[in-house]
Design a protein around this ligand. Sequence first.
Ligand code: SF4
Length: 422
Amino acid sequence: MSATAQAWTCPFCPLTCDRFQVDVDAAGALALSGDAECPLARRSLAGFTASSGQRTTPCLVDGRPTDLPTAIAAAAQILAASRQPLFAGLGADVAGARALYPLACATGAICDAAGGAALMQGLRALQDRGQFTTTIAEVRTRADLVVFIGGLPGDAAPLARERLGLRDALARHLVVLGPAAGDEATLAGWAGGDVTVESIALQGDLHTTIALLAAATAGRMQATMPAALQALAARLHAARYAVLVGLPGRLGAHGALVIEAVHRVVGVLNRKTRAAALWVGGGNGAATSNQVYAWLSGLPLRTRAGPRGLEHEPHAFDTARLIADRAVDALLWVSAFDADALPPASDLPLVVLGHPQQACACARAGSVFMPVATPGIGAAGHLFRTDGTVLMPLHALRSEALPAVDEAARSILAALEQRRAA
Ligand code: SF4
């Protein structure tokens, strides 16, 4: 079947690449055009079958197929009966997040993204000490030293090398501090021309290593400092523009301490030269929802807009903790991008605005499943890129019969208001 190539912005990882085209055949099946290659994009596109955008994936109530108005009414009923709902996942674009916020206000819902813990690590470090961060374009055009903290981005951002310009002719030194399995071989393959590479093992764990690097950069502990970190500190001072790249999602429960230590390194360097951090994360709409909630409420996620006003609890309003403690009595889960981002297991009344492939996994008694269009596939939209300053427009590749998250959220809010007025 002949296919039409369309320009595309990919919504499937925090890099939101806009360099590829996608072939859309007459039945609506999607594939990367030509020799373009990204395993994550290719796999994600394959999840949108020719029929998935039609209403062959029906809404489900209690696991049984039904129509959209019935599902909306059932979702409104769940939220109306809840004394403390939780809106989680939040895999939505700007318009979706904007529409979820008034629904959260109307129901007093607590809001937390999938990967909310990693999001909070970065926010805590920012709130406590501030930060110097940079953009993908700045790294590509200016960085002469790039240090990957705790491993290369790998599967989390498959085209990081290309997007950061590490294939370009600019002379650079690339360092992986604390390589993961396979990183040394990968990095060795990135060397060539004016690009040199280096792998430095951890001294103890990542926390200890980055604390030592911060001390070395500040000129402390010189007598006892491991030689490799002393040399890296000297290299950082000598660089014209050093960038430290990390993934908050990999840093674990106390990742904020690693992030703060990286920011200390950057802060010291910026007294005499130029340096910045680049944090890769917040994909699948998490960072976008956080930005939208921050500008609408003045507070980041893990916030409740309830009868007591706004309450922000970065620890207590954690999805897993709230469900385990039975501190919430209904869950609205949003996942428009990632078919694998399923709602956490629970027996709570459940509303899912989800990727069509999630239907089977979400079918159970007490649940409402509404398939939604994915921005960048079946709907237009906007996502913030990982560097947080660039809002990427997403264009629909094909027309779909599914509602987008914003339409679904607005319909549920209207049904809820109708119930309350009746
Ligand atoms: S690197 Fe990320 S944004 Fe770029 S094509 Fe691959 S999945 Fe999409």
